[in-house]
Design a protein around this ligand. Structure first.
Ligand SMILES: NC(=O)c1ccc[n+]([C@@H]2O[C@H](COP(=O)([O-])OP(=O)(O)OC[C@H]3O[C@@H](n4cnc5c(N)ncnc54)[C@H](O)[C@@H]3O)[C@@H](O)[C@H]2O)c1
Length: 477
């Protein structure tokens, strides 16, 4: 197995690139912009300054030499035992995804460079659930374009958007439910699936108290159907997008070794599936990598989703010139991470021997209070946001919900580095340019209405649909 670490990541990319650079390679032409502009800026600039292909190649070679030299000096340092938090370094993938070199040790860090699993990556097939969603679409793209993998994407479009569906010769898309056994059977019969990336579940912590049936049925029962198919189909590796909600009442900043204490059905469902995945790994030898994500945002995000992602909710309100309601005094803090900063770590994890059967926190962006987040969102749209604080609200949110991402940084040599204001500007620009099909996404069943904020039901499909538990809410238009 070849040595990896920061160099290994470069090797993985180099192999993918060797098969053909993202965008433009198929036709054999010069560099051109990817649909989301991952490659455009730098490559077009290289053409102008260095004179087309030859200049581009020279520039690439120089960049590779520089990265190699840096990686070597880094690897020398990484043998020390000091626990130094934080990551410095440099390096950037040519498609806008962040690649950072490891310059610090962290408890739990591998002492040696990561080893790339021989035969993984280029030419292998990945099944990505939620392929039209925020994470699934970026992962699909990274795998297909950058790692040279074949990707089978599945999405039921409940919150996914057509604009996010990748167009690439390495990618095929299936509209459907990831828990649909017949669809899974067909996909596994037609494809030799090597890796599953499960990035689609219903994500809403507070609402999940009122939608327990839907939450457990989607996040647990359907995920188990997917896991069964993966085991039967002899999948090598299963990458699961869990959530920092599994930590619940644990003390922040959450470390992977902290005992999970989820305090809402969403967090419970995520933790339960983590346990089930581990049991499957022990019993059937399936490998897994679990990522516990928290507050990712950026282009490809459906801001119409009313119950998931505070960045999306605030963005929608600011864009529509509506008042933002903040539960509590607005001083609760969260970490907000730009999605492209973590896509490489997430996508390339199963390619490394050392990340087998590991749990990683995924995140590491800026920490903001709800009020300062609202102000930043306002700034991205050139507006002063209208805020309605509800200190008396019965809905309790943790005062702090931050995670320790040292392990992710030192394993993958990546670090979230995009300032919130820049990431929000990217989101605003993408919304403006792409005009995606923003639509609400709601659970199909509401179990309990007591204590549910009235504004959540206004115009809600759940309320119109009605159920015995809804009582008076049934009349809400
Ligand atoms: N984005 C975050 O901040 C965050 C934080 C913690 C955890 N996560 C987890 O990451 C995963 C992806 O989150 P995201 O932000 O990309 O969400 P997203 O809503 O943008 O994407 C999820 C995708 O899954 C699809 N989907 C939902 N149910 C489906 C089903 N039954 N069958 C097929 N497709 C289905 C949706 O249409 C959507 O395209 C989720 O499991 C979520 O719990 C995300």
């Amino acid at each position: 197995m070849p040595a990896a670490g920061p160099e290994g990541l470069a090797a993985v990319r180099a192999r993918a690139v060797g098969r053909g650079r993202p965008d433009g390679d198929e036709e054999g032409g010069g560099p051109r912009a990817g649909r989301d502009g991952y490659t455009a800026g730098k490559e077009e600039a290289a053409d102008v300054h260095c004179g087309g292909w030859a200049g581009w190649l020279v520039l690439r070679a120089l960049m590779a030499l520089l990265l190699l030299a840096l990686a070597k000096s880094v690897m020398k340092e990484s043998g020390t035992t000091s626990v130094k938090m934080g990551v410095e370094g440099l390096g950037e993938a040519d498609n806008g995804y962040v690649v950072r070199l490891q310059l610090a040790n962290h408890h739990g860090c591998p002492k040696e460079p990561l080893r790339v699993e021989e035969g993984m990556g280029v030419g292998k097939t990945a099944l990505v659930t939620g392929a039209a969603g925020l994470l699934g679409s970026h992962v699909s793209r990274f795998l297909a374009e950058y790692l040279g993998m074949r990707v089978v994407g599945v999405d039921n479009m409940s919150s996914g958007m057509e604009k996010n569906v990748l167009e690439h010769h390495n990618f095929q898309f299936h509209r459907g439910d990831f828990g649909d056994k017949r669809l899974l059977e067909k996909l596994f019969q037609e494809n030799r699936i090597d890796v599953v990336y499960h990035t689609s579940e219903f994500a809403s912590d507070v609402l999940s108290h009122f939608t327990r049936t839907f939450t457990y049925s989607t996040n647990l029962s359907k995920s188990v159907a997917l896991l069964n198919a993966a085991i039967t189909g002899q999948v090598k590796s299963f990458v699961y997008l869990s959530a920092s909600a599994v930590y619940g009442d644990a003390a922040p900043p959450f470390h992977e070794l902290a005992e999970p204490r989820p305090n809402d059905p969403y967090g419970i469902s995520k933790y339960a599936f983590e346990l089930d995945l581990k049991a499957a790994a022990r019993m059937f030898g399936l490998e897994y990598t679990i990522f516990r994500a928290g507050h990712l945002y950026g282009p490809h995000q459906n801001i119409g989703d009313r119950f998931h992602s505070v960045v999306g909710v605030f963005t929608r309100h600011v864009r529509n010139n509506e008042t933002i309601t903040i539960f509590g005094d607005g001083r609760q803090s969260r970490t907000f991470t730009y999605v492209k900063d973590v896509v490489e770590a997430l996508s390339s994890a199963p390619l490394f021997v050392e990340s087998r059967n590991q749990i990683f926190n995924l995140g590491g962006g800026e920490v903001h209070t709800m009020v300062s987040l609202a102000q930043e969102v306002g700034r991205a749209f050139g507006r002063v946001p209208k805020l309605d604080l509800t200190p008396q609200s019965k809905l309790k949110e943790e005062a702090e919900n931050t995670v320790d991402v040292g392990k992710m940084n030192c394993f993958f040599g990546t670090a979230a580095r995009t300032p919130l204001k820049d990431g929000l500007a990217e989101l605003a620009q993408w919304l403006e340019e792409e005009q995606p099909d923003i639509h609400p996404h709601e659970p199909t069943e509401l179990d309990i209405s007591e204590g549910l904020p009235a504004e959540w039901l206004q115009g809600s499909v759940m309320a119109r649909r009605g159920s015995d538990a809804l009582g008076a809410w049934r009349e809400v238009p």
